[in-house]
Structures are given as structure tokens and as C-alpha cells.
Design a protein around this ligand. Structure first.
Ligand code: DAH
Length: 339
């Protein structure tokens, strides 16, 4: 018996296993009910008492040695990912957290999709611009305050390089190279030299729309605006146009929609007027058409521009503009349902 114990010990010390399944086979071979080590215990019971005293300790030692050795082999082989036996392919995987779309993206896409149903196609322009595309071509007077350093980020003065303050610059970019009919929608980021607060930011997003063709009238503009407002805010929405001034449109207007929070009855959001302002618009000034090489006697057009943050605030009541650029996951996750 003593020889058997010693030879088994040597045998077990030399064992190897290339997979956890192989190590399990070894455990069965040596330590299961009919395993070789277990068999020795059965034999042990038949031995006379004085031999039992001597061999009992050695036999227990062998069992512990075998258990430890096989466990070590199992652990070492456990990392072996090739061991398909151990991967339960039928198990439900841990859920994968899905990201959410940024609210500005959601609203921008919605605006673009509403206008694309009317035949508008997307046009884009650079964020780093020059004076001509942002101001001069759009009929801004040489001393217009928008050109001021307090409002505009200048990268260079001569030659003038600046960050666009509005997406109206894309109008010029397109009209310079395209003859009517033109029907474009221009989403993009714009920059203004503002102190950052809950109500103002140094960058935000706008969507510009431009339609130039023969016989485009103010009625076309109004109908387009009504369609947009109802698609965006619901069929009960009413619009109103107030006279305004922009250098690049004549006449110019600002559009209000009936407050979608109180239904026009008056609340703190609409300052108890029942209306909230959402965009600027007007008939393209003939000077702008001419500056871009379009015959203003033959063609007319309308243009409109809106702030995406403003529309998003109206839809989702985001109180602080800074939330849009802080990337706080708790804020972004609130838009899961809109995904
Ligand atoms: N560019 C104007 C702004 O940044 C918005 C705007 C007003 C665009 C009237 C237009 C327009 O196209 O016709 O405030």
C-alpha cells in the first residue's frame, strides 16, 4: 500500500492539462467515487489496526495533494478561451447600454426632415468664414454693430477671417454658384462673442432656409412657416408674424407661435402673452440677390433662420443653455424615449 501511495503521488505531481475539461477528467480519474485515490481508502478499511495508524496520515496527505494539484491545473487552464465546453452559448447576454441622441441633433433632424418634405435639400458651409459671406453680401452696412469685436469672433482682421455668426452665410455660398430655382435648408453651428450664461452661449446652432425662384411671394413664406410650425409643435399651433428688420430681407418679420405650454392662454414661459418668438424671416433683399449674381428683376425669394436651442427649449423645456454642451450623461439620458 505504501508503494501505491508513493507511485500515485509521483504520477499526480507529473500531471498536465491543456483545458479545464481535461483537468476535470483527471479529477474523475483520481478523486471521484471510483477514482484511484478514493479506491485506496476502500482498501485502507480492510487493513489491520497498526498499519492503519501509519498509513492513515499518508493517505489523507495524498488526497489533499491530488485535490490541490488538480484544482491548480483547472484554474490554469480556465483562462483558455478556446475551451468552448465552458462557454455557455445559450446564456442571455448582459444588456448592452444604448446611447442616446443629443437633443440638439434630434431637433435639428426633425427641422430638416420637415423642410425636406417640401423639397428643400441640405446645403452646408464653413464655420470659419470671411466678412463677405457673413456680412457684406447680406447687405450689412459697413458700420453695422454685428461686425463689432464685441459680437463677432475675429480670427484675423486683414485679410478678414472670422467665425460665422449665423448660417445666413450659406445663402451666399449657394447663390454664388447656383441659379434659381434654389430651395435649401442649412443646418450648422454658429459663434458669437457672448458671456456664457443660462440664456446665452458663445456657440449655438441655427437652421437657415432659402427659396428663390420666379414669383416667390410672402404668401409662400407664410404658408411654409405655418406648415413647419404645425409639423414641429402640433396641428393646434397658430403663428403670427410681426414686422422686424434684418439687413438681408425686405420686408422682414419675426414669427411667434402660440405658446405650446399653456395653449395660448398665457403662462410664465410666454410671459403671459400666449405667444413665443421662434424665428426671423423675410423676402430676400434684391441687393442680396444681385450681390450673388442673381437677376432680382426676374427672381424673388424668401429666407428664414431659427435657433435650434430655442426650438429645443420649447419642445423639452431645458432651462439652462449650458446643459446642451456639458455632456452630462444624466441630462442626455432623459432623451432615451426620443431616440
Ligand atoms: N440670421 C438671423 C440671425 O442670426 C436669422 C435670420 C433672420 C435668418 C431672418 C434669415 C432671415 O434668413 O430671413 O438672427
Amino acid at each position: 500500500m505504501i508503494n501505491k501511495i508513493e507511485s500515485l503521488k509521483a504520477e499526480i505531481a507529473a500531471l498536465t492539462a491543456s483545458s479545464a475539461a481535461e483537468a476535470e477528467q483527471l479529477r474523475i480519474k483520481y478523486l471521484s467515487k471510483k477514482g484511484e485515490v478514493t479506491q485506496l481508502f476502500t482498501e485502507f478499511k480492510t487493513l489491520p489496526a497498526e498499519q492503519k495508524r501509519e498509513l492513515g496520515a499518508r493517505l489523507n496527505e495524498l488526497k489533499n495533494f491530488a485535490t490541490e494539484r488538480i484544482n491548480t491545473l483547472k484554474e490554469a487552464a480556465g483562462d483558455n478561451v478556446a475551451d468552448a465546453d465552458l462557454i455557455d452559448l445559450s446564456r442571455t447576454p448582459a444588456p448592452m447600454p444604448l446611447g442616446t441622441r443629443h437633443p440638439i441633433t434630434l431637433v435639428r433632424d426633425k427641422i430638416v426632415s420637415i423642410f425636406s418634405r417640401l423639397g428643400f435639400t441640405i446645403a452646408e458651409g464653413p464655420e470659419i468664414e470671411d466678412d463677405w459671406h457673413v456680412f457684406s453680401s447680406l447687405n450689412f452696412a459697413a458700420d453695422h454693430p454685428a461686425r463689432d469685436m464685441q459680437d463677432t469672433f475675429f480670427i484675423n482682421r486683414t485679410p478678414d477671417v472670422l467665425l460665422r455668426t449665423h448660417t445666413s452665410s450659406v445663402q451666399t455660398r449657394v447663390m454664388e454658384h447656383t441659379q434659381p430655382p434654389i430651395r435649401i435648408i442649412c443646418p450648422g453651428r454658429v459663434y458669437r462673442n457672448e458671456a456664457i450664461s443660462a440664456r446665452a452661449h458663445c456657440f449655438f446652432h441655427q437652421v437657415e432656409a432659402l427659396y428663390v425662384d420666379e414669383n416667390v411671394s410672402f404668401a409662400d413664406l407664410r404658408q411654409t412657416l405655418l406648415y413647419f410650425a404645425r409639423e414641429m409643435f402640433g396641428p393646434q399651433t397658430e403663428i403670427r408674424l410681426r414686422p422686424s428688420y434684418f439687413p438681408f430681407t425686405e420686408p422682414s418679420a419675426e414669427m411667434d407661435i402660440s405658446c405650446n405650454l399653456c395653449g395660448g392662454k398665457g403662462c410664465s414661459f410666454c410671459k403671459h402673452t400666449g405667444w413665443v418668438e421662434i424665428l426671423g424671416c423675410g423676402m430676400v433683399d434684391p441687393n442680396v440677390l444681385e450681390a450673388c449674381g442673381i437677376d432680382s428683376k426676374r427672381y424673388s425669394g424668401f429666407a428664414l433662420g431659427m435657433g435650434v436651442e430655442r426650438i429645443t427649449n420649447l419642445k423639452y423645456q431645458v432651462k439652462d443653455l449650458r446643459m446642451f454642451s456639458e455632456n452630462d450623461v444624466r441630462f442626455l439620458e432623459e432623451f432615451t424615449a426620443a431616440r
